[in-house]
Design a protein around this ligand. Structure first.
Ligand code: PMP
Ligand code: GLU
Length: 437
C-alpha cells in the first residue's frame, strides 16, 4: 500500500480555508449561512489594475525569482511613500501571496518561533513545516490582546526554560483575529526587548492599509530596521487575495542580504516567482496613483463602518471584545454566558460555541482556539467582510453610497442587509442565553 508521511501530528488544514469550503457546501445545499468565518476583502478589482492585467495577459515567460525589477522598485517606493519605511528595490522579494514569504522567512531564520495569543492560523503550521517549535505567549484582554514588552520578556524566558531557543517573533498589526492595532509606543518597547534578546521580528503588515482607526498604521521596522522583515501584499486593501501577490522587505544589511538569498532559493525551488501577468498588473497597483489611493481609502472606510457597527452592537449586548481599528475582524468572548452555555447547550469550548452558532443562528465563525486561545475562553473570530458584498455589484453599491457621503447608518441600512441580519441573529442568540453573568 502506498502511504503518506508518518509525521505526527500531520500539518493542519488552514481553518480559514476549511470554513470557506464548508460554507460554500452548506449554501449549495440551500442553507442561508452568514459567512463570518472567512476573511476576504470583496471589493471589485480597481479598473486601472484590471486594465493592466488585461494588457499583460499574454506575458507567459518565467520572470526573475525575486520579482520583476520594475515591480520591486515600485514596491520599495510604495513603502517609502505610504509607510515611511526607507526601503530599496534590492530589499524586496515578491512571492505567491505573503503566505509563501512568511514560510520562506521562517525556513531561513534560526531559532524557535514566539507567537502572541491569539495569532493568525497559518504561522504555527509554517513553523511546523520548517521544523520549528512554537511558543505561545499569553496576552491580556486589558491590553487589547496586544503583546507587551513584559509579556515578550516573560515569553522568551519561559521558552528558554522549556529548552527551546526562541529566535523569531511574528507580530501582526492591524491584527487578525482581533482587529486591534499596535500603538507606536508599544512597538518601540517591543523592539527594544527584541533587540536586546537578539530576536528577529517578522512584521506581518498585510492589513496596514486597512487601518481605519484614529492612529495610522506604524511598522515596528521603524524602531528595529536591522532585525525586522516586513511582509505584505495586495490581498487585503485591494481585495486581490486570489491574485496571490505578496512582498517581503528584508533589512538593509548583511543579514538582510543573506536572508534575501535564502528566501529566493526557497522561492526558486517551490513557486519559481509570482505569476507574470499579475506581476505586471501589480506595478500599477503599487504605483503612486491618487485614484488608486482614494479607492483603497474608500474600501477601508467601509470595512471600518461595518466592523465598528458590529463592535457597537456587541458592546450594547455586553459581549466583551477588543475595539478594532483595522482589517475586518472582531474577537468577541462569550465567557459572561459560560454557565448558560454549559447548562442549556453543553457548550464548554470555543469550537462547540462556533458549532452552536452555526446550528442555531446559521452564522459561520471560527473558534478562538484555532488562533491559539484557550478553548475555555469561549472566544470567536468574526470576519465581517462577506456580510456586505456577495457580488461585485453589491460591493460597488456600498462604495457608491460611501462616495455619495451617506451617513454610516444609512449606508448600512441601504446597502448592507447582511450586516443588519447578522445583528439580528446575534441579538436573538444572546437573548436565548439569558442575562450575562
Ligand atoms: N497574514 C494574515 C494575518 C492574514 O490574515 C493573511 C490572509 N490571507 C495573510 C497573512 C496571507 O495573505 P496572502 O497570502 O494573501 O498575502
Ligand atoms: N486571511 C484570511 C482569514 O484569516 C483567509 C485567507 C487565508 O487564510 O489565506 O480568514
Amino acid at each position: 500500500m502506498p502511504a503518506i508521511s508518518s509525521v505526527n501530528p500531520s500539518p493542519q488544514m488552514s481553518s480559514t480555508l476549511a470554513i470557506n469550503t464548508k460554507v460554500r457546501a452548506l449554501r449549495a445545499q440551500g442553507h442561508s449561512v452568514l459567512q463570518l468565518g472567512f476573511g476576504e476583502a470583496r471589493f471589485p478589482v480597481h479598473p486601472l489594475v484590471l486594465a493592466a492585467l488585461k494588457a499583460h495577459a499574454a506575458e507567459r515567460s518565467y520572470l526573475p525569482v525575486a520579482g520583476l525589477p520594475e515591480l520591486r522598485a515600485a514596491i520599495a517606493a510604495y513603502y517609502r511613500r505610504r509607510m515611511g519605511i526607507n526601503a530599496a528595490a534590492g530589499q524586496v522579494i515578491v512571492g505567491s501571496g505573503s503566505k509563501s514569504l512568511l514560510f520562506a522567512a521562517l525556513h531561513a531564520l534560526k531559532g524557535d518561533l514566539l507567537l502572541p495569543i491569539p495569532s493568525w492560523v497559518s504561522y504555527e503550521t509554517h513553523a511546523f513545516l520548517t521544523g520549528k517549535t512554537t511558543h505561545w505567549i499569553p496576552t491580556s484582554f486589558e491590553n487589547n490582546h496586544c503583546l507587551t514588552a513584559e509579556d515578550l520578556a516573560a515569553g522568551i524566558k519561559a521558552a528558554k526554560t522549556a529548552g527551546a531557543s526562541p529566535g523569531i517573533l511574528i507580530l501582526n498589526s492591524p491584527h487578525n483575529p482581533t482587529g486591534v492595532m499596535y500603538p507606536p509606543a508599544l512597538l518601540e518597547s517591543l523592539a527594544q526587548v527584541a533587540k536586546a534578546e537578539n530576536i528577529t521580528i517578522i512584521s506581518d503588515e498585510i492589513y496596514a492599509l486597512t487601518a481605519y482607526g484614529d492612529v495610522p498604521h506604524t511598522s515596528i521596522a521603524r524602531y528595529y530596521p536591522e532585525g525586522t522583515i516586513i511582509t505584505g501584499g495586495l490581498s487585503k486593501h485591494l481585495s486581490l487575495g486570489g491574485w496571490r501577490l505578496g512582498a517581503a522587505i528584508v533589512p538593509d544589511n548583511e543579514f538582510g542580504q543573506a536572508l534575501h538569498r535564502y528566501m529566493s532559493a526557497v522561492a526558486g525551488a517551490i513557486w519559481t516567482t509570482a505569476a507574470a501577468p499579475i506581476q505586471y498588473a501589480a506595478i500599477v497597483a503599487y504605483s503612486n496613483n491618487p485614484e488608486i489611493d482614494a479607492y483603497v481609502d474608500a474600501c477601508t472606510a467601509v470595512h471600518g463602518y461595518v466592523t465598528g457597527y458590529l463592535y457597537g452592537v456587541m458592546q450594547a449586548l455586553h459581549i466583551p471584545a477588543p475595539q478594532p481599528a483595522g482589517g475586518f475582524y472582531l474577537f468577541p468572548g462569550f465567557a459572561p454566558w459560560r454557565a448558560a452555555l454549559a447548562e442549556k447547550h453543553h457548550v464548554r469550548t470555543s469550537q462547540q460555541l462556533a458549532d452552536l452558532l452555526l446550528q442555531e443562528a446559521n452564522c459561520a465563525t471560527l473558534p478562538g482556539s484555532d488562533f491559539g486561545a484557550d478553548p475555555l475562553d469561549l472566544t470567536l473570530r468574526l470576519a465581517t467582510s462577506y456580510l456586505y458584498a456577495q457580488t461585485d455589484a453589491e460591493a460597488e453599491a456600498v462604495l457608491e453610497a460611501h462616495r455619495n457621503n451617506l451617513s454610516p447608518a444609512d449606508l448600512l441600512r441601504q446597502t448592507c442587509p447582511g450586516v443588519l441580519e447578522m445583528e439580528e441573529r446575534l441579538r436573538q442568540f444572546v437573548a436565548g442565553l439569558g442575562k450575562p453573568g
